[in-house]
Structures are given as structure tokens and as C-alpha cells.
Design a protein around this ligand. Structure first.
Ligand SMILES: [Fe+2]
Length: 218
């Protein structure tokens, strides 16, 4: 199976001034595309050649895992963002408020986690089987699916995500990034979790990309 990155869901300049056209061109066309190319080369003539991205993430190690996870993480990252102003669903707002105190408190926790992550990695909002939300940081390519969690949103805190626009000021990048959140997608992920919860935890997504339904709906 030949893997591809998702089609960028907006134009290269759509996230300006928070993320410049140059950043998107490098990040999507070079970094993200690079992981896709490497993954397709690495899985040739291996047991993973015909596997879905989720199956590879769940079972592979080393370079194959790293590149597969980076493809998934970036697909998820681009979809977590939108140039349009969006708001959380009432259900999502309610669970965040119940578990974090308020959206503002959640934002503070999330951005602090992003600031304090050492080196390269990702910050996720995840749900577990008991509907407990958690803000999780993962290093390098690591991914919550390996931990049996359901991702709802993600922020890329590799330097390549912000260095062109913010240099080393990761905090400024995170503040800007928050303004671009695609709450419609995050709310969809929560609703999808509620709908398919048993399926998620018995056989995660059955090999499908969890947001493929979302992409179809939009
Ligand atoms: Fe990235």
C-alpha cells in the first residue's frame, strides 16, 4: 500500500500571520512529505507493505514506526487547525470544563505542557476508556495510539513547526497556534469517540484513519 499525506485542508497562506506561507511550504511539502517518502521506501518487501497506517503505528518499531507515526501526527496536526473561526460543541465544552475547570484553564495547562516539553515532540489532548481527558506530551514521533488512548487534538512542537516565524520563541508560537484551533474537528473527534467507543478500544479504528469520516463530512 502506498501511503500519502492528507491534502492540506486550506491554502498555504490561509494561516497567516500565525503561520507563514514559507512555514507551511517547508513543513508540509518538505518535512511531512519526507516522512511519507521514507515510509513508502522502508516498508517495501516487509510485513508492513500492505498494512494501514494505524496498523503500522501499532506494531512497527524503529524507522518504520517513526516515519509512519510522523505521517499520522502531521495529518492530525493539519486537521487540528483551521483559518475559520470555530467553537467547541456544547458536549466538548462541558467535559473540558468539568475536568479542567474552564477552557481558559485547559488552554493554560496545554500551552504549559508544550513549553516544558524538552526537545522535539507533540502535545495531545487524549481520552481514555473511562472518558478521562489528559494532556499528553510525546517525544519525537511517539503517538498516543500506542498507549491505547484516543487523540482529539495535537500541537507540533518540533522546531521546524515554528522556527521560521518565531525562531526559538516557542511560547509565542503556541499562543498563536491556539487561535487557529479547529474546534469543529476536535468536537467531531469527541462525538466520534462517544459513538464508536467500544470499537475504539476493542480494535482501534479497525485500521481506518480516525478522522476519515470527518474529512468526508466537510
Ligand atoms: Fe512537524
Amino acid at each position: 500500500m502506498k501511503h500519502e499525506s492528507i491534502k492540506l485542508p486550506y491554502t498555504y497562506d490561509a494561516l497567516e500571520p500565525v503561520m507563514s506561507t514559507e512555514t507551511l511550504q517547508y513543513h508540509y511539502d518538505k518535512h511531512h512529505a519526507g516522512y511519507v517518502t521514507k515510509l513508502n521506501g522502508l516498508i517495501q518487501d516487509t510485513e508492513f507493505e500492505s498494512k494501514s497506517l494505524i496498523e503500522i503505528i501499532k506494531h512497527a518499531d524503529g524507522a518504520i514506526f517513526n516515519n509512519a507515526a510522523q505521517v499520522y501526527n502531521h495529518d492530525f496536526f493539519w486537521t487540528t487547525l483551521s483559518p475559520k473561526k470555530t467553537t467547541p460543541s456544547l458536549e466538548l465544552q462541558s467535559i473540558i470544563t468539568t475536568q479542567f475547570g474552564s477552557i481558559e484553564e485547559f488552554k493554560k495547562d496545554f500551552l504549559n505542557k508544550g513549553l516544558s516539553l524538552f526537545g522535539s515532540g507533540w502535545v495531545w489532548l487524549c481520552l481514555d476508556e473511562g472518558e478521562k481527558l489528559s494532556i499528553l506530551t510525546t517525544s519525537n514521533a511517539e503517538n498516543p495510539i500506542r498507549l491505547g488512548l484516543v487523540p482529539l487534538m495535537v500541537c507540533d512542537v518540533w522546531e521546524h513547526a515554528y522556527y521560521i516565524d518565531y525562531r526559538n520563541a516557542r511560547g509565542d508560537y503556541l499562543e498563536g497556534w491556539w487561535k487557529l484551533l479547529n474546534w469543529k474537528f476536535i468536537s467531531f473527534n469527541y462525538a466520534n469517540y462517544k459513538k464508536h467507543r467500544e470499537e475504539y478500544f476493542s480494535s482501534f479504528c479497525k485500521g481506518n484513519i480516525p478522522y476519515s469520516d470527518y474529512i468526508d463530512e466537510v
